[in-house]
Ligand binder design. Structure first.
Ligand SMILES: Nc1ncnc2c1ncn2[C@@H]1O[C@H](COP(=O)(O)OP(=O)(O)OP(=O)(O)O)[C@@H](O)[C@H]1O
Length: 600
């Protein structure tokens, strides 16, 4: 939590000067009732108009000066809070970008969005209040009590009794609202999650006519959130009336006791007016303090949520190997050295080293849960095309996600070009691998910009070539502006198959050594899928290709096919070999291909 204070460092001047000017304003405000008392006693009481005029002008001067001070403070508070918010948001975003899928899965997207937006906003507001009011309100409270004590010590004892009562009220409210604010933020995350599911899955919801059910689910989540907000609001709402009650009670007592003092001549009329003015100032300041308490209680829970993300260390960090430095590779045939050759890729394959090697790899998504991959050993030669097939949930995506270290294996090791993936700099490793995920994801921008995304230096010819291989060139040329057509919001204006082909073109344009297609041609018709595989084969060169698919037709022409079943290897070989030896593969083929197709 204290780490967050560091984000205020660049605004040291504002955080010191802001409260200083506010303090000047508060001093002027504290002096005003005394000036009023002087006007009443020395001016009005004695009928001295000149005195009243002079002191009146002094009051106006003090008010203008106070206003000026307040404006300067406001300016500093705005600069510091906005700057703090921007820096914190940027740092949080950068940190979130560095987290691995494991941490991102743990927090969940809606919660991270809430932490980046509403929690940072809450902290930003707290900073503004910190500069504008945190010093001023208590200063006015204490100052007004001191001024009142100077005026009449005995009368001010009433205030000294009222102060601890207010302290108890504040403690009662804070101790009850703080946990509720945390619960409220959690429920806000839950509502974000329901909202996000509904917006992204709107087509499915409509197709299944689940609109009503989803509206009901959203209403329930929303009402749950509202219930907590009302509950916490009810407790927090006690603060102002309770404080007012105590202070007004004190005012009544002061008026009663003050009246007696005036009668006895120990207090003047001007002084009692000043005294009541001070008590009113205390009341107003206490109302501000009460609201500050609510703002800071909320900010404390937001701060804890933001700090939790910032304190989360990415479980997947860069390896020891410095990008560009030669790497030592241990193999059964001895140790060789990988030369460093600059930014593009410092990893030069060592002869006889497989492009990818899994050695007794196991993986589970949670430390205690089931294994999604169990003891996988596999070696893929450079330039080889491997098809990966298996039922849903058999571990196909999990297996390929371990290669670019989206997740880390819990047991065993994975080597790329003979080097443990954990030894690579992440950027270097991921530059070697092009991944086309199951869900096509494009960005706002032109078609060409999207294809160039992984390789901004790609020439127009390279972009066209990648599109051609991905079977995207034809539909791109038919778009209104061809390669300059702007894709809106993740490619909303494209069909599922078109989006998939563009994501494949994007991966190809970055010229990876290893290309992983994770069920990324599922929306293509059989003819286009076949043309895509032909294009990939013709242009592959020594590129290693991993094709994950549910369709036998997509993998049957691969050099070898890996069959996964419940996280384990059920078979590995050519289509023909597996038809002979692997029962799982036979069953998949039987369910998809006619007898003739299967053996042809
Ligand atoms: N992010 C995740 N968190 C927890 N469990 C997961 C996660 N992703 C996948 N799993 C689980 O891991 C197992 C393997 O999933 P995986 O996505 O690798 O299967 P798959 O063979 O690619 O399936 P499909 O063909 O349906 O995409 C499944 O049991 C799945 O429920």
């Amino acid at each position: 939590m204290f780490k967050l204070v560091g984000f205020l460092k660049p605004f040291r001047k504002e955080t010191i000067a802001g409260p200083f000017f506010k303090l000047l304003e508060a001093i002027l405000e504290l002096l005003l009732p005394t000036v009023v008392a002087l006007i009443v006693n020395n001016g009005i009481g004695r009928g001295d108009k000149t005195y009243v005029l002079q002191m009146g002008l002094l009051m106006i001067g003090m008010a203008i000066l106070g206003y000026g001070c307040s404006l300067v403070c406001q300016h500093y508070a705005a600069r510091a809070s906005q700057g703090f918010g921007t820096n914190l948001r940027n740092a949080l975003f950068k940190h979130i970008s560095s987290l691995s899928y494991t941490e991102l899965d743990r927090f969940g997207t809606p919660s991270l969005i809430n932490r980046l937006t509403s929690d940072v906003n809450q902290l930003q507001l707290a900073v503004a209040m910190l500069i504008r009011l945190v010093i001023r309100a208590p200063f006015i409270c204490v100052g007004a009590i001191i001024m009142a004590m100077i005026l009449d010590l005995k009368l001010s004892l009433i205030l000294l009794v009222a102060a601890p009562i207010i302290g108890v009220i504040l403690y009662f409210i804070i101790s009850r609202t703080a946990p509720l604010y945390r619960r409220y933020q959690g429920k806000l995350d839950r509502m974000g999650s329901v909202l996000s599911e509904n917006l992204t899955g709107v087509r499915v919801i409509r197709a299944f006519a689940k609109g009503r059910a989803e509206q009901k689910r959203f209403k329930e989540t929303s009402e749950d959130l509202t219930g907590t907000a009302i509950h916490v609001g009810r407790i927090a709402a006690l603060l102002n009336p309770a404080t007012s009650l105590v202070v007004n009670g004190a005012i009544i007592l002061i008026l009663w006791a003050g009246g007696l003092h005036i009668d006895s001549g120990s207090l003047s009329q001007g002084e009692i007016i000043a005294f009541i003015n001070y008590v009113t100032q205390i009341l107003l300041a206490l109302i501000v303090v009460s609201n500050l308490v609510i703002i800071f209680t909320k900010a404390a829970s937001s701060g804890a949520r933001v700090s939790e993300v910032l304190a989360t260390e990415p479980s997947i960090a860069d390896g020891k190997r410095i990008a560009g430095a030669p790497a030592r590779v241990e193999s059964s045939k001895g140790t060789s050295t990988l030369p460093a050759d600059g930014a593009q890729s410092s990893v030069t394959p060592v002869s006889n080293q497989p492009a990818i090697a899994f050695e007794s790899v196991s993986f589970g998504y949670s430390a205690t849960g089931e294994l999604a991959l169990d003891d996988i050993s596999l070696s893929i030669a450079k330039g080889e095309t491997i098809g990966i097939i298996g039922g849903t949930g058999s571990g196909k995506s999990t297996l390929v996600n371990l290669i670019p270290r989206f997740y880390d294996a819990v047991k065993g090791s994975i080597r790329v070009n003979g080097i443990d993936v954990k030894d690579y700099q992440l950027q270097e490793l991921r530059r070697l691998i092009g991944v086309v995920p199951q869900k096509a994801m494009l960005f706002t921008g032109t078609v060409a910009e999207n294809i160039r995304w992984g390789n901004p230096g790609a020439t127009a010819e390279e972009v066209a070539e990648a599109a051609q291989t991905a079977q995207a060139a034809e539909f791109i040329t038919k778009l209104p502006e061809g390669y300059n057509t702007v894709l809106v919001r993740g490619g909303l204006n494209l069909s599922g198959g078109q989006k998939q082909r563009l994501t494949i073109a994007r991966a190809l344009a970055s010229k990876p050594e290893i290309l992983i297609l994770d069920d990324s041609a599922s929306a293509l018709d059989y003819a286009t899928d076949a043309a895509l595989r032909k294009g990939l084969r013709e242009t592959a060169g020594d590129k290693t290709l991993l094709i994950v698919s549910q369709r036998v037709s997509s993998v049957r022409h691969a050099d070898r096919i890996l069959v996964l079943d419940d996280g384990k290897i059920a078979g590995l070989g050519t289509h023909e070999e597996l038809l002979e030896t692997c029962q799982v593969y036979q069953e998949v083929c039987q369910s998809q291909l006619s007898g003739e197709e299967a053996v042809s």
